[in-house]
Design a binder for this molecule. Structure first.
Ligand code: SF4
Length: 191
C-alpha cells in the first residue's frame, strides 16, 4: 500500500508531496515593515523548517518541516511586490531547506522590482556556494547572514545577527571574487 503524508486537510502520496513541497514554501508568517531583519523597512518571510537545532535558538517553534501553511511562489511574490516601499528578507526556520522555491521567489522579485533581498541561514557560506541546488537563490540575493546561532557568542550589541560567529555577507561581491566578502553591515561602525 502506498504511503501518504498529510498536507493541510489532505493526504498526498509521496510523489505529490515532493512536487508540492518543491513548488511551494511553508510559511509561518510574513511580518510587514519590520526593521530588525536587515536595514530599513522590510517584509520578512518567516518559513517553517530548520534542522540545525542551535542550543538557545530564539524560535524553536519554527523547526518542524511541516509547520506553517503552504504558499505558492506566486502568492508570496504578489504580496511582497505589492508593497512599493519595503525591501525583503527570507528567514525562519532556515530558507535554505526550501532553496528551490525561495530561489524562484527571489528571481521574481529581482525581475520585477529594485528591492534588496536578505537571507538568514544556519548553514555556512562554504557549505552552500558550490552546491547546484542553492545556486539560483544565491544568484538573486544581496546579503546572506550565515552560520548557526552560538549562545556562547551571543552579543546584543550586534546589528542584524545574534552571535558574533555569524557573518553578514555581500553575496554578489563574494560570488564575483570567489571568496567571502563581508557586507558593510557586518561592522556596526560602518553604517
Ligand atoms: S538556524 Fe536559526 S532557526 Fe535554526 S535552530 Fe539555529 S537559530 Fe534556530
Amino acid at each position: 500500500m502506498e504511503r501518504t503524508r498529510r498536507w493541510g486537510a489532505s493526504f498526498l502520496n509521496s510523489k505529490q508531496f515532493d512536487s508540492i513541497y518543491k513548488m511551494d514554501i511553508r510559511v509561518l508568517k510574513v511580518v510587514e515593515e519590520t526593521t530588525v531583519d536587515g536595514p530599513g523597512f522590510r517584509n520578512s518571510v518567516y518559513c517553517a523548517g530548520c534542522l540545525h537545532a542551535c542550543p538557545g535558538c530564539h524560535n524553536p517553534q519554527s523547526w518542524s518541516m511541516n509547520g506553517g501553511e503552504p504558499y505558492t511562489v506566486d502568492e508570496l511574490a504578489g504580496q511582497l511586490l505589492a508593497d512599493p516601499f519595503a525591501d525583503v528578507t527570507f528567514t525562519g526556520g532556515d530558507p535554505l531547506y526550501q532553496a528551490e522555491a525561495f530561489g524562484e521567489l527571489a528571481r521574481r522579485i529581482k525581475a520585477e522590482s529594485t528591492k534588496t533581498i536578505w537571507v538568514y541561514t544556519g548553514f555556512l557560506w562554504e557549505e552552500l556556494v558550490n552546491e547546484e541546488k542553492y545556486a539560483n537563490l544565491l544568484k538573486h540575493i544581496d546579503v546572506l547572514v550565515d552560520g548557526p546561532f552560538v549562545a556562547a557568542r551571543r552579543n546584543e550589541n550586534l546589528h542584524f545577527r545574534g552571535s558574533d560567529n555569524q557573518r553578514i555577507i555581500d553575496v554578489p561581491a563574494s560570488l564575483r571574487k570567489g571568496e567571502v566578502v563581508l557586507s558593510g553591515y557586518h561592522s556596526p561602525h560602518t553604517f
